[in-house]
Design a protein around this ligand. Structure first.
Ligand code: CA
Ligand code: CA
Ligand code: CA
Ligand code: CA
Length: 227
């Protein structure tokens, strides 16, 4: 996947017609969940304006496939990391940290060095990830996410707060135009930084298959629609 292997140059694309249907999408690490109005620094890999390691960050599923986080459109992966029965922004930030740590990146605050405290935290987070990844294939699939209590947060109100009615099971997400629950989150792969969604009701139709309308070729991005 282009998100992991840099020998394939990843184009910087502004796609005026983002594809909203099923298929592959990139994951944005350290996504700036409060929008693009702050002077974050540019993400090295074109993932938008981020401040790495901010406690306001999240692990974004770029479901409208434009390379940046869009509040109310894109999903944010959310586990109840402190197990207090509710999901808040700390959980969401720690989910982002866990997804980084899963790949061996323990520089949680993104300042370019890994302290011994980050190493301890990162080790623990990596352990949490490997418990979620029950079949040890490196990815979290729908069942693994659900069994771990994971949800997808879509900030419909665009205010940055997490409401209960903004949290979705990985089995039933609205798509990035707000239709739903029409999609299933098939898996999230932190190593190659992509995820995949399928249509629940039109599976195999437009955008639902690998080689069809929703097909995906590394290095290219298509304007198309899932419906
Ligand atoms: Ca987006
Ligand atoms: Ca919590
Ligand atoms: Ca650090
Ligand atoms: Ca797995």
């Amino acid at each position: 996947m282009i998100y992991a292997h840099h020998h394939i140059s990843r184009p910087r694309i502004y796609n005026p017609f983002p594809r909203n249907g099923a298929g592959y999408q990139g994951n944005i690490v350290d996504g700036n969940l409060d929008g693009n109005f702050r002077p974050w620094r540019r993400n090295l890999f074109g993932g938008g304006w981020n401040r790495q390691g901010s406690d306001r960050s999240g692990y974004v599923l770029d479901t409208n496939r434009n390379g940046r986080y869009d509040r109310g459109r894109d999903g944010v992966l959310a586990f109840d990391m402190n197990r207090d029965g509710r999901i808040d922004r700390n959980d969401i930030n720690n989910t982002n940290n866990m997804m980084k740590a899963a790949t061996g990146n323990y520089d949680l605050n993104g300042d370019g060095r890994t302290t011994w405290i980050e190493r301890i935290q990162g080790n623990a987070l990596r352990g949490q990830y490997s418990q979620l990844d029950r079949n040890r294939d490196g990815r979290l699939d729908t069942h693994e996410i659900a069994r771990g209590g994971g949800q997808v947060w879509i900030d419909h109100s665009r205010g940055g707060g997490v409401s209960r009615n903004e949290l979705y099971s990985p089995y039933g997400l609205p798509n990035s135009r707000g239709y739903g629950p029409s999609q299933r989150l098939d898996y999230v792969d932190p190593f190659s930084r992509h995820s995949h969604t399928s249509n629940n009701f039109w599976g195999g139709g437009w955008g639902g298959s690998h080689g069809g309308h929703g097909g995906y070729i590394p290095g290219r991005m298509y304007a198309g629609f899932g419906y």
